[in-house]
Design a protein around this ligand. Structure first.
Ligand SMILES: *Cc1c(COP(=O)(O)O)cnc(C)c1O
Length: 435
């Protein structure tokens, strides 16, 4: 038997999408050979000023990636060998790897059961004598519990770095993410809501931190322009060793998204709220939970959850298989929580192969046996919807996704008399390929 396609409306192209104006601006730079910038030319100045302006002020530093933004923040905060940084178990890997590059040690903290963002109580329990900072991700656009994390940081004298790479324009209690901590890092690359292909931004209200970060990655003109502290300015010619400059071509592409960020967010939010509302009526597939005081901004991901207790006849793989055969681009979560990845697991155990991370030489791993049962159980129940395509108004497509999910639930529920045995057997056997 063949499964009737349910999702038939065309999918919009995967994000990022650039308008004609952005393509023209990028082409002009290429035609003029202006593909790099040692100083702070118009394109870089404009995106830094408008990015800081959008966030109500502060200093913005345009970089070549979000990873570079996190590394810059860590080094600018003087975090290095001997220091520990509290990190979420669930995030993108390069949200954490800069901790290793800085020579410090990540300590993984379990997630909150509803959002899988860093659980403040678990964070408190993970603080030790070497803890220097909290590096927190606003996961899939949902802001972490910043009031409690900031309170914890204040009480223990810890720095806070917000990784806002999933959460451009997200808010908690009306306040934009990226404005709570000492520094915020944004990826402005890949499929992020603001994307120049590969780029990043560091945002901070602390002038000294900004200047140190600038010196780290911007030798010559840019540091001569931006570094005023006389103790630092002496090193402007050489910088401190990194080349983390972003390209003006990436800047104009990212600028085109930043200029209409609120409009982009509104469109995506309308789609994903509609999807959430539709899924919330089903038994066994739960839409992502959003706190009443939270706004997910760019909603980088849409991770629904299979509830095996509500739908005992189903498996997550079976539901995904059914929905895929109905034309929906759903997938299981592909990444492990990071405490289970070989790199971090072996690092913690003190058994990384020789020479693999020379900056870690002689530095003891944290004496921590990481258990993150909440993040572990969430990942195994996650059903990823293709959030990246829902950036233009497409209510019909959204409704078809809801219908596909509903059909899957009905098919696997015990109450479905019309269910075909063969389909059920096929979908519960088949190994579902990821992404
Ligand atoms: C994308 C991402 C990064 C890294 O950004 P790049 O621009 O790819 O270097 C860091 N943290 C999170 C949470 C991300 O999603």
């Amino acid at each position: 038997m063949t499964q009737v396609p349910i999702v038939c409306a065309p999918h919009p192209p995967d994000w990022p999408v650039y308008d004609r104006e952005a393509i023209r601006a990028a082409s002009r730079l290429i035609a003029e050979g202006r593909t790099f910038d040692y100083a702070r030319g118009d394109e870089i100045a404009r995106i830094e000023d408008s990015f800081a302006g959008y966030h109500g002020g502060g200093h913005a530093l345009f970089l070549n990636s979000g990873t570079s933004a996190i590394l810059s923040a860590l080094l600018a905060l003087d975090i290095g060998p001997g220091d520990e940084v509290l990190c979420p178990a669930t995030t993108f890997v390069s949200g954490i790897t800069p901790v290793l590059l800085a020579g410090a040690a990540p300590v993984f903290v379990d997630g909150d059961p509803q959002t899988d963002t860093m659980d403040p109580e678990a964070a408190r329990a993970s603080i030790g004598p070497r803890t220097r900072a909290i590096l927190v991700t606003h996961l899939w656009g949902h802001p972490a519990d910043m009031p409690r994390l900031m309170n914890l940081a204040d009480r223990h004298g810890l720095a806070v770095i917000e990784d806002c790479s999933h959460a451009h324009g997200a808010r908690l209690g009306g306040r934009l993410v990226g404005t709570f901590g000492d520094a915020a890092a944004f990826s402005l690359g890949t499929g992020k809501m603001i994307s120049g292909g590969t780029a990043g931004m560091l945002l901070t209200r602390d002038r000294h931190l900004y200047e140190r970060a600038c010196l780290l990655g911007h030798p010559r003109q840019r540091s001569r322009i931006s570094v005023c502290d006389p103790d630092l300015a002496a090193y402007a010619n050489t910088g401190l060793g990194g080349n983390l400059r972003g390209s003006p071509v990436a800047a104009v592409l990212a600028q085109s998204h930043l200029d209409r960020l609120d409009k982009l967010i509104a469109r995506k939010r309308a789609n994903l709220q509609r999807l959430s509302a539709g899924l919330s009526g089903l038994t066994g597939i739960e839409p992502p939970w959003t706190a009443p005081e939270a706004d997910r901004g760019g909603w980088y991901g849409f991770h629904a959850r299979f509830n095996p207790i509500a739908l005992p006849g189903a498996t997550r793989e079976g539901l995904i298989c059914f929905m895929k055969s109905a034309g929906a681009r759903v997938a299981p979560a592909t990444r492990l929580p990071l405490h289970r990845e070989a790199l971090f697991r072996d690092f913690r155990a003190g058994c990384l192969p020789d020479g693999l991370l020379p900056m870690r030489r002689g530095v003891a791993p944290p004496d921590q046996v990481t258990k993150c049962p909440v993040s572990d159980s969430i990942i195994d129940r996650t059903i990823c919807f293709p959030a990246g395509v829902f950036h233009e108004a497409c209510p019909e497509l959204v409704d078809e996704y809801i219908a596909a999910a509903q059909a899957a639930v009905e098919t696997f529920s015990q109450r479905a008399p019309g269910m075909t045995q063969s389909l059920r057997a096929r979908c519960s056997r088949k190994h579902v390929k990821t992404e």
